[in-house]
Design a protein around this ligand. Structure first.
Ligand SMILES: Cc1ncc(COP(=O)(O)O)c(C=O)c1O
Length: 406
């Protein structure tokens, strides 16, 4: 798109929340506002996030371990963002570890955890998880002679088969890893049965809040979850991630680290200098979410979900792979279109200014359980609170255009 394209007025968007997101003002290929329906792949950021990042670089850019003004400000920023993040995800402020991505943080933790695994132990994963919370566990289990078991996904209900837990979790289970919601089909996972099963055998729980954090509070401690990750770029912040756990738990493991690294606390887990300007942006994203409030977000998303599901029911050539109700799901929808490949659909939608993903979205086990061919997966679109009725209608219209013979 040429840089001379005139920015759209915010009044072109029906969501009352859209005004805070400058990325939404860019027109799509046909001059109309584009519909960035790939929020589960990465959401837009607020103006306040951009300002915080630029201000940090302009005013306070420094190494945090010196005594001069900008260095002190940087150290204060890091401490403050750890606190604010702990508040957002309901975790212990003494155990907030920053890293470049959730995938890297999970892998980092898994490598340290592996040192405590014995041959014959097992790790329980779920078929709803993104590969970021599957592949590291498969790798470390393989390296230690341990086994990985999966809580199956019921392809009819789009829920995990929690009744299978007693047959999967036993006294050799060392960790239960689960997502808080599916990044492909949107199903929300019920935490309690998983935490209860893990606790009954003193196994750790490791949860992936990446697909959930834009939509619902993670409430880690309230759920009794031991370790959790989420990625700021999915909840309106920059590209970095956080892992949260109790400080005592973090101290029990020995992560890869350089010899002079901190002997305890989150810095023991962080490798090298942090992405400081991104941390400034993360702080602003957390402030935005806190000020907006999850209840307001949920109310907006519920309307979008109801409208989307109503519309999809009318499109006979479009099949929804996921819950057909606004309950128990995020506004993340996986669909296939009669007689069209998912990649073709994504490309045709992009021509109409509707940006979506095609494939398994790295929810490989989930796609398999639903019988979606690996190379095809589904067309996934995902909404957040800055979307409005106009966005939903544009997505439905574009799908309607793809009717066979249409
Ligand atoms: C549910 C889920 N978990 C993990 C990840 C990986 O996150 P990151 O890109 O921060 O590594 C993603 C990314 O899309 C995701 O959707």
């Amino acid at each position: 798109m040429s840089s001379s394209s005139a920015p759209l007025s915010v009044s072109d968007r029906t969501s009352p929340f859209a005004a805070a997101f400058p990325g939404l003002r860019r027109p799509g290929p046909d001059g109309r506002p584009f519909v960035h329906a790939d929020a589960p792949g990465g959401a837009q950021v607020t103006d306040s996030v951009i300002t915080a990042m630029a201000d940090y670089l302009r005013r306070s850019n420094a190494n945090p371990s010196r005594g001069f003004t900008t260095s002190v400000e940087t150290a204060e920023l890091i401490a403050s963002v750890r606190d604010r993040c702990a508040g957002l995800v309901g975790a212990d402020p003494g155990g907030v570890v920053f890293g470049p991505s959730s995938t890297m943080l999970i892998w980092h933790f898994a490598r340290a955890f592996a040192e405590t695994l014995d041959a014959g132990d097992n790790i329980v994963c779920t078929q709803l998880d993104h590969e970021a919370n599957v592949s590291p566990w498969l790798a470390v289990a393989r390296s230690r002679g341990a086994e990985v078991r999966f809580v199956p996904l019921d392809p009819d209900t789009f829920e995990l088969d929690y009744a299978a837990l007693p047959g999967l979790v036993d006294r050799r289970t060392r960790l239960v890893a689960f997502t808080r919601s599916s990044n492909l089909i949107g199903s929300i996972v019920r935490v309690e049965p998983l935490v209860e099963a893990a606790r009954s055998v003193s196994a750790l729980t490791f949860s992936d809040g990446v697909a959930a954090a834009a939509h619902r509070p993670l409430d880690q401690l309230a759920h009794g979850i031991d370790v959790s990750v989420c990625s700021a770029y999915k909840f309106f912040g920059p590209h970095l991630a956080l892992l949260t756990a109790g400080p005592d738990l973090l101290d029990r493991f020995a992560p890869d680290r350089i010899r002079p690294a901190a002997k305890s606390g989150p810095r023991r887990w962080e490798m090298g200098t942090l992405a400081l300007e991104s941390l400034a942006g993360l702080g602003a994203a957390v402030d935005y979410l806190t000020a907006t409030g999850y209840p307001a977000i949920a109310a907006q998303e519920r309307e979008l979900t109801v409208r989307t599901l109503d519309g999809l029911r009318r499109l006979r050539h479009v099949r929804l792979h996921g819950l057909d109700s606004a309950e128990g799901r995020e506004p993340i929808f996986a669909v296939t279109v009669e007689r069209r490949s998912t990649h073709e659909v994504a490309s045709l939608l992009a021509d109409r200014g509707v940006f979506v993903a095609a494939g398994d979205s790295y929810a490989t086990e989930c796609a398999k359980a639903l019988g979606l061919p690996p190379s095809e997966g589904a067309v996934r679109f995902g909404l957040v609170h800055y979307h409005g009725d106009d966005d939903v209608d544009r997505i439905l219209e574009a799908l309607d255009d793809l009717r066979p013979g249409g």
